[in-house]
Design a protein around this ligand. Sequence first.
Ligand code: KG4
Ligand code: ZN
Length: 301
Amino acid sequence: SAHRGFGGVVPEVAARIHLETLVPLIDEALRRAGVEWADLDAVAVTRGPGLAGCLLVGLNTAKTLAFARGLPLVGVNHLEGHIYANWLVPEGATEEPPEPRFPLLCLIVSGAHSDLVLMRDHGDYLRLGRTRDDAAGEAFDKVARMLGLGYPGGPAIQAAAAHGDPTRYPLPRAWLPGTYDFSFSGLKTAVLRLLDSIGAPVPVADIAASFQDSVVDVLATKTAQAAREHGVAQVALAGGVAANVALRERVRQLVHVPVIVPPPRYCTDNGAMIASAGTYRFRAGERAGLDLDASPVLPLS
Ligand code: KG4
Ligand code: ZN
């Protein structure tokens, strides 16, 4: 990735790369899917939240394509895209996945968000909680950097943690009782202090496992509490951190209703999830005008 050397995403670099790669990427996607423009019903595009430059490049490309090909345009929230990755038709499958069962609780955990959202119907979202500081994925990325692991940090920590003892270092858990909010900055600081106190050699696997256990414990426990309190029919995981195996397992242990999770490659950012959410909006009759605007801070509801 172009961002690897920076340990994160650089907005200007990201917008420029979007501009250079988007049109060839769309051609390649159509070719690989064996689909012609004439087979398409609509163009779905991310309106936000996200980096302004990237959103603008995407939005303007989508508007141009929709106009030039005479296709309707549908705007999608990036987080809604993550949620709808759960209802993508799996590769090789011929049938659509089962419809969502409402009310549904969704834990959205990505590099920028950690939200607990109650979904009462398609497009109907109530945010129960959010992170007060770092997002879960951001914590994975920062701790991975402290441990000298690569970017993105989530997969690197998960791999290192597989050989580690999660009970070796009891790290803090910010429960924030009485709320469904999260906080991960204290945990990050605790790892930094732990590293200072240990010195070399760094027991990378044990620290990665202890850190992952702390994040997963809080996310899964609060998700289970919210699922019980709101009597949901289903729990869905979404966002890059939903690819984490320990998180998937712990949520399945603690939650008393069926848990759905997208295939790992559709948890991290992808275009298919935007098409999935766009399909629901399109079927519900939604059509955006060419004045559709981008919003870097677009809320889910
Ligand atoms: O949803 P996403 O692709 O991008 C945003 O919208 O932010 O999420 C990226 C985040 C990164 O912080 C990355 O470290 C994390 O998802 N991530 C993981 C795993 N795979 C990706 N975190 C924990 N375990 C994983 N296996
Ligand atoms: Zn994302």
